[in-house]
Design a protein around this ligand. Sequence first.
Ligand SMILES: C[C@H](O)[C@H](O)[C@H]1CNC2=NC(N)=NC(=O)C2=N1
Length: 113
Amino acid sequence: MSTLAEKTCSPCEGGIPALDATAAEALMAKLESRWTLSADARQISAQFAFRDYFRTMAFINAVAYVAAQEDHHPDISFGYNACTITWWTHAVDGLSENDFICAAKVDRLADGK
Ligand SMILES: C[C@H](O)[C@H](O)[C@H]1CNC2=NC(N)=NC(=O)C2=N1
């Protein structure tokens, strides 16, 4: 669906502004509809449901692999058969394009594309 998934994260150590709500909303349109933008436009998150604990953990490990490759790391919460992935860029205390690149890569993982 998205060429965002073909991009690579840029190292981010701050010094740039976070995306504003308008820019974040424009990038949201490139992600699958499972993603929601927080009310303050500083985070995006999505929930993923699975049949069992093993499948949930397998997906989380795949996301962790993407995070390690991109050097950009999500917050992840999980239970027996679901997990929530939240992306934000600590260095800018809000969203950067990196978050959307990683979310698009997670969409690709989840949808087998
Ligand atoms: C240099 C490197 O890009 C930074 O330390 C990265 C590591 N992973 C990161 N992950 C997230 N989510 N936000 C960051 O600001 C961040 N910084």
